[in-house]
Design a protein around this ligand. Sequence first.
Ligand SMILES: Cc1cc2nc3c(=O)[nH]c(=O)nc-3n(C[C@H](O)[C@H](O)[C@H](O)COP(=O)(O)OP(=O)(O)OC[C@H]3O[C@@H](n4cnc5c(N)ncnc54)[C@H](O)[C@@H]3O)c2cc1C
Length: 422
Amino acid sequence: MLLNKPIYMYDFLLTSRDIDLRNKAREFVAQVPRELLISMDEDKVQYPTDFVRDLAENGLLGIRFPIKYGGHEASWVAEMAVLEEIGHLSLALGCLYSLPSICGEALNHFGTKEQKEKFLRPILKGELFCAEALTEPRGGSDFFGATTIAEKKGDHYILNGQKRFVVGAIGADIFLVYARTSSDPNIPPQKQISLFVVERDDNVKVKYTYGLMGTRGGGAGRLVFDNTKVPEENLIGNEGDGGKIFYQMMYPERMTSAAGILGMADASLRIASRYSSKRQAFGKPIRSFQAVSFKIAEGITLLDSARATVYMAARALDEYQDHPALCRRLVSEAKRVATEQCYKVIDLALQVMGGIGYTNVYPIERFFRDARLSTIWTGTSEIMNLIIQHEYYKEVIDTSSLQRDAELDAKEAFAEEEKVYK
Ligand SMILES: Cc1cc2nc3c(=O)[nH]c(=O)nc-3n(C[C@H](O)[C@H](O)[C@H](O)COP(=O)(O)OP(=O)(O)OC[C@H]3O[C@@H](n4cnc5c(N)ncnc54)[C@H](O)[C@@H]3O)c2cc1C
């Protein structure tokens, strides 16, 4: 019964179908054993495929993908609502939930019918486990500077290079790997890169697994491709389509980071609100001190404004993908605002808890360690700012003639000799 109550303020933004999917996710999340989260945080479990299989069996994968490949053909908004629920668990499980959405985006938009049958369908069924390999030891932000090389030899490609920090280096069956297929300086960098599905059995070596501050249990490691032979039918799209595919894949990449962290911030704030109603100091519940209750006010305000930005970007993706500049800006804003603000929310919750919040008696210290990653991976906040300013400057210049020019509403607006630009 409780599951059907509109306990989230934003329920009115969702359709009844979105709410059904969200509630299904909420029920699923409620029964995930706490031992799984703890074992992952202790690095005793890496990339738990059973979790992904259970998600598939409960009909929670492929929210946006075609029914004929095992998806739901629902909206971006629905996927965000589901992810917000999954986010209550941990960042690593949120990531395992998101990988089929991220890798699936490339396969669904650019894959052949055969590739969809061979890879997308079993991914959404929870029978094939996927990972994405973009970042290289030489740097993740400068994506188009990738140095992993794919050379065509007859009916296959030979891959040489390395990818770093790949979640699923331990555990995944297939890797979506971007590699350079041209170094011709006359070809723009976006068209020098191509995307391949590399099957683990094709000779993929895991050379290092990382000890992480948080977000543990995702099996993050460094992959080495040493004359790895990839059949030509595993090229996604055409040679040189890497840039185009990357831009499309970055929608789910960044939106899943943005929506997952909402759940973690929500969980932290709820724990801190309950605690501050019960915990006493100076003979009173600590929530009666405004220094405490205003932290809760600050937290929920930050969380709701992050939520609003995420759902606005999701609506844009549902309705305006033919305006890629708008989508790119809103998705980047959602990623930056949600990850930065939710990290602050978790920090505020920790402060409300006092010393016990810093211990593993409560999960907020784990959320805090997990959340720190979210402004770094899937594109750092600085890279989000690069995109946001780029698209916004273009928009302001392109649309300046469409609106009232407020610059002229100053008394001395026509004092041209005072408007000095150089
Ligand atoms: C636990 C974990 C899991 C990950 N999972 C995956 C995964 O599954 N697959 C994958 O491909 N990658 C993954 N990543 C990689 C992640 O996306 C990158 O770490 C991230 O994109 C940053 O790249 P970098 O670490 O090489 O930092 P760099 O690119 O070296 O950047 C270092 C600093 O410089 C700043 N910077 C760089 N260029 C600019 C610029 N032009 N303007 C302003 N500032 C700039 C950055 O913002 C950052 O602060 C993961 C990382 C971690 C830690």
